[in-house]
Design a binder for this molecule. Structure first.
Ligand code: UDX
Length: 440
């Protein structure tokens, strides 16, 4: 099948590469000429396991191509994926300009029947708008081409995006057209294995499903973080509580890890965007507001713990930070708790020595060279002479550190653990003051 993917960000590139791998002819298009040139050379700009090899193999096999020419790309595909960004506006609403500009382009160049598939995370009702934009552009050209618009949200986790695409829990296809649903079923057949994972529903429900999934998960996290704060005050241990409730299959073990707050490109943005949509319907969503408020408070927790021990004024103090990425297995620092922590510590006069297995370049890109931030390739170098070590990301590499080396490197044996990585008794037996999340 012939597939076009507009937008070569995270979602677009993974979609294009995975569809090419199973034998489709895929053409990816992006306005960024530099990016396209790099992709043609097999250079993948994001940190994602398996993706570079897949892109290189499919490119060499001529199943995957890259172009900046939108007209050529619209002419190529029977399936046209829209996978461009929907950044948040000031008020939290999703900015649809890129999505609608692609719809305009499709209408400008479409010459034969096609299925337009929206993969970007978009407000409920966007499929209708995309359809209207394409129809208007076609009408302007006075051409009559049949097309369908399908809402097909992605559920990719960074760091596991290829696996999430090729072994999906579910494939959501939002369309009122039986024919389009069948064509989507054929396109996804290679990934729809062992039992039928493809669900056809109306486009509005498909669009809401995406937000509902993310806010449900964000809610689990915020509730656990709130309970962790309570446990800390009551003298209970949230880790015991987590295991105690996770054993109930109605609750389950996943996404109930307390921590220093959720980050990334999806949860913060989607919680805000859905709350914003609700306001447009004049519908109160106190729970969504609370999920965000709890998360904001949680992101300030590590700083408050540091200040609790070292005092308000951190001038002359050095803090080691392990983990800059918003979660493990990615170099992405969007909305990362580490940023809230570091910026707060800088305001108090501290210097930071930071280590992350993958995100050092990203940190340099965001913060540039500055005296107050030293980026360290070695985790123990980051501890050298520091007054505390703060852990912001749950990298597996941090799970069993050399505590003796750590203690010798740190000036003060203080660990503030935003991810509950260690057994408190063990760390204290090693001579550290150990502050975790929701633990006595
Ligand atoms: C998320 C969704 O999981 C994915 O389905 C959607 O398509 C995009 O958004 P992602 O942002 O890549 O994926 O990361 P995810 O693994 O979901 O983690 C999000 C944040 O929540 C991270 O900051 C993580 O550290 C935090 N988290 C996760 C917790 O604090 N506790 C948990 O129990 C789980």
């Amino acid at each position: 099948m012939k597939v076009t993917v507009v937008g070569t960000g995270y979602v677009g590139l993974v979609t294009g590469a995975c569809l090419a791998q199973v034998g489709n002819q895929v053409l990816c298009v992006d306005a960024d000429a530099d990016k396209i040139a790099r992709l043609r050379a097999g250079e993948v700009p994001i940190h994602e396991a398996d993706l570079p090899a897949m892109v290189q193999e499919a490119t060499a096999g001529e199943r995957l191509g890259f172009t900046t020419n939108i007209a050529e790309s619209v002419a190529h595909g029977d399936f046209l994926f829209i996978a461009v960004g929907t950044p948040a506006d000031e008020d939290g609403s999703a900015d649809l300009r890129q999505v609608l500009a692609v719809a305009d382009d499709i209408g400008r160049y479409l010459a034969r029947p096609a299925i337009i598939i929206n993969k970007s995370t978009v407000p409920v009702g966007t499929a209708v708008k995309v359809r209207a934009h394409i129809a208007a552009a076609l009408q302007e050209r006075a051409v009559d081409v049949a097309f369908d618009v399908v809402a097909n949200p992605e559920f990719l986790k960074e760091g596991a995006a290829v696996a999430d695409f090729t072994k999906p829990d579910r494939i959501i296809v939002g369309t009122d057209s039986v024919a389009a649903a069948e064509q989507m079923r054929a396109l996804y057949a290679p990934f729809n294995r062992s039992h039928d994972r493809l669900m056809v529903m109306d486009p509005l429900s498909a669009e809401l499903t995406k937000y509902a999934a993310n806010v449900m998960l964000a809610t689990k996290i915020s509730l656990m973080n709130e309970l962790a704060g309570l446990a800390e005050r009551m003298g209970a241990d949230i880790e015991q509580v987590r295991q105690g409730i996770g054993a109930d299959p109605r609750i389950g073990y996943s996404f109930i890890y307390p921590g220093c707050g959720y980050g990334g490109s999806c949860f913060p943005k989607d919680v805000r965007a859905l709350a914003h949509s609700a306001r447009q319907y004049d519908f109160d969503t106190p729970l969504l507001t609370a999920v965000e408020r709890v998360n904001d408070r949680q992101k300030g927790l590590l700083e408050r713990k540091v200040v609790g021990v070292l005092g308000e004024d951190l001038t002359g103090k050095t803090i080691a930070v392990w983990g800059l990425a918003f979660k493990a297995n990615t170099d992405d620092m969007r909305e990362a708790p580490s940023r809230v922590l570091m910026e707060a510590l800088w305001r108090r006069g501290a210097r930071i020595q930071a280590h992350d297995p993958e995100a050092l370049e990203e940190a340099l890109r965001i913060y540039g060279e500055r005296y107050a931030l030293q980026l360290c390739r070695d985790p123990y170098a980051a501890c050298a002479g520091a007054d505390a070590l703060v852990i912001c990301t749950e990298w597996p590499q941090f799970r069993s550190p050399d505590f003796i080396r750590m203690r010798h490197s740190l000036r003060r044996a203080l660990i503030v653990d935003g991810r509950n990585m260690y057994d408190p008794a063990t760390v204290r037996a090693e001579g550290f003051t150990y502050l975790a999340i929701g633990r006595p």
